[in-house]
Ligand binder design. Structure first.
Ligand code: MC0
Length: 140
């Protein structure tokens, strides 16, 4: 079902500061930046490696507002790992398969994600406390 870890999403208060830290410390390169109004984030993708069906990245997330998912997470838990995203071949099919097993979907339909991907979230309470994202990468 999962082809690779697509990205680890990290919640931060200052995107530029964290980009500087990750790129200087770990010699990672920013390959995409985006403001995603629907998800309430300003984000950057730092490339790690290429795998089956797409790449693997660190995703840095700064909230656009306090009442967005990442804004609320920061207020409650502070900076740190916000979610883990897995690369899948077909997001709609995978959502259906997982939902049949009793895991709640936070999205009823795939939404727009980083770099032209299609994404869907699973409820963290049904996945051992881990907010989980499914990612179907854009065709290359
Ligand atoms: C909340 N909880 C989490 C969590 N956020 N657990 C693990 N990881 C997280 N990130 C826990 C809370 O502690 C709480 O547990 C319970 O889930 C309900 O949380 P809440 O605070 O009462 O409710 P909300 O309103 O904050 O909703 C949480 C929920 C929401 C996960 C449903 O954030 C959501 O729908 N997220 C999916 C969308 C998203 O996160 N978008 C931003 C990234 P207790 O025990 O206290 O009841 S967008 C993105 O990443 C895109 C750009 C991309 O990848 O391409």
């Amino acid at each position: 079902m999962f082809m690779r870890i697509d990205h680890i999403g990290i919640a931060c208060r200052d995107l530029e500061e964290k980009i500087a830290f990750f790129s200087e410390t770990f010699e990672l390169t920013v390959v995409a930046r985006e403001v995603n109004e629907e998800q309430g984030v300003k984000e950057a993708m730092l490339h790690i490696a290429d795998g089956e069906g797409g790449g693997s990245y660190i995703q840095l997330l700064e909230p656009l507002s306090e009442d967005s998912p990442v804004g609320k997470f920061l207020a409650k838990r502070g900076e740190g790992v916000h979610h883990v995203a897995f690369g899948v071949r077909d997001v709609t099919e995978t959502m259906a398969k997982i939902n049949e097993k009793g895991v709640r979907l936070l999205d009823q339909h795939p939404r727009h994600g980083s770099m032209g991907s299609e994404i869907a979230f699973l409820h963290p309470k049904d996945v051992g406390g881990m907010l989980t994202e499914l990612v179907q990468a854009a065709k290359r």
